[in-house]
Every structure is written in structure tokens, then in C-alpha cells.
Design a protein around this ligand. Structure first.
Ligand code: GDP
Ligand code: MG
Length: 222
């Protein structure tokens, strides 16, 4: 029987490019996150909330992944930071070669913090290394607390989970106890921030966390 394993080859190629990007980002001390989550979880809203806190002292840029539109990039642009829209034309995730190209269009000279908002999807983006320092997953109470066990690879790899729309908790049957039990059963070291982009709960703590990570990267303590 003839057989080829395409996914492995694709991922190896991706990892090779990601390695080169990572070297560049490391040499320039740019703390980079890969922001993941389902459509509507609040990825762009979280960015809109933290940008002002971060840019008080640091330079930030955003790569916005989307299938076809520039809607998210237009939201970020209003905050006067460097933003680049990457349209995948239907592909369900970003890959390292897209980031490699994007880096040519971003002013990386004085850049401290790079956010890559991935395509909204709880499956494919988990496998692709985009040369980030950490993966950050945004999930929200309106999605239900069963997502960690239903999409374990999405919860296994991130260092940080943002539980968004906490303002809606009372309106849903979201079971926090079960959620925490499930995510820690998948990833014991995961850090969780409960936030609301509506009431601003937890936004300061989340911003401070990123600021600390930016500082550590600059002093090369990772
Ligand atoms: N009630 C509530 N709505 C939110 C919150 N965060 C985002 N939303 C809404 O959720 C929808 C999707 O948000 P968006 O940031 O576009 O999600 P993305 O697709 O993950 O980037 C928008 O209508 C937001 O206004 C929140 O904390 N509370
Ligand atoms: Mg978005």
C-alpha cells in the first residue's frame, strides 16, 4: 500500500519557518502571543480593552487573521497602533509563512508586543506554531463549560485562558466548578483570567500580566 503523511510534512515545514521567525522576534525582544478562540468569544474585544493600558509604556502591533474581511483590523486601527490584516481566503487558520510575510509590513524597530489574532476556530489553529511566546485562548461563558473536554487540544497548548463575558454568568448555566476541574485535568499549569469586556472586570489584571511578560522578554528572562 502506498501512503504519504501530508499533515506531518506540512507541520514540519511550518515549524521550520516558525523557528526562523522566533529567532527574529527573540533578537528584537518582541513578546508575541497567538490569540485563539471560537468566533465571537471576544478576541478582538479583549484587544480593544487592553491596548490603552499596554501602550502607556510599550509599543504594540496586531496581525489580524480573518477569512475575508477587514472588520477586526478596522476596530483595532481606531486605537492608533500598527495593524495588519491577513485574509486567508477561506483557510481555517494562520500559518508561520503568513507571519513571516506579515513581519515585512510591520514596523518591528521599536516593537515590544505583537498580538496575532488567529482565525476563529477551536480545531485547526491549535496545531500551527506561529512563532509565538505563548498561546492565549479566549473562551466565554456563553459558549458553555463543556468546551475544554470537547476541544482538548485547544486547551492543552495555551499558557493562558481568558474566560470572557463573565458579566453574563447569571444568565447562563455555565458551571464554573466543572470548567476549572476540566481545564486543570487537561493542563495543570494553565493560568485563567475571568474578565468582562462589558464591565471591565479583570481587564487591569490581564493587562498587567501581559506588561510583565513584555518586561521579562525585554530583560530576556523567559
Ligand atoms: N456581554 C458581553 N459581550 C461581549 C464581551 N466581550 C465581547 N462581547 C461581544 O461579543 C461579540 C463578539 O466579540 P468579538 O470581539 O468580535 O469576538 P471575536 O470574534 O472572538 O473577535 C461582540 O458583539 C462583542 O460586543 C463581554 O465581556 N460581555
Ligand atoms: Mg475578532
Amino acid at each position: 500500500m502506498k501512503r504519504i503523511t501530508i499533515e506531518k510534512d506540512v507541520l514540519k515545514n511550518n515549524n521550520d519557518i516558525a523557528k526562523r521567525n522566533r529567532e527574529f522576534l527573540k533578537n528584537n525582544n518582541i513578546f508575541t502571543i497567538n490569540l485563539l478562540g471560537s468566533p465571537g468569544a471576544g478576541k478582538t474585544s479583549v484587544l480593544e480593552k487592553i491596548i490603552d493600558n499596554i501602550t502607556l509604556n510599550y509599543n504594540m502591533a496586531v496581525i489580524e487573521g480573518d477569512l475575508y474581511t477587514t472588520k477586526d483590523a478596522m476596530r483595532i486601527e481606531k486605537h492608533n497602533i500598527d495593524v495588519l490584516q491577513v485574509n486567508t481566503g477561506g483557510a481555517c487558520h494562520l500559518d508561520a509563512s503568513m507571519i513571516q510575510k506579515s513581519l515585512n509590513y510591520i514596523n518591528t524597530q521599536q516593537l515590544d508586543f505583537l498580538v496575532i489574532e488567529n482565525i476563529g476556530n477551536l480545531v485547526c489553529p491549535a496545531s500551527y506554531d506561529l512563532s509565538e511566546d505563548i498561546k492565549v485562548l479566549v473562551t466565554s461563558v456563553t459558549e458553555g463549560n463543556d468546551k475544554p473536554l470537547k476541544y482538548p487540544s485547544m486547551f492543552q497548548r495555551p499558557s493562558v485562558v481568558i474566560l470572557n463575558k463573565i458579566d453574563m454568568l447569571e444568565l447562563t448555566d455555565f458551571d464554573k466548578e466543572e470548567f476549572y476541574k476540566d481545564i486543570y485535568s487537561i493542563n495543570r499549569d494553565i493560568k485563567v483570567f475571568e474578565i468582562s469586556c462589558r464591565s471591565n472586570e479583570g481587564i487591569k489584571e490581564l493587562s498587567d500580566y501581559f506588561i510583565n511578560r513584555i518586561k521579562n522578554k525585554k530583560s530576556r528572562q523567559y
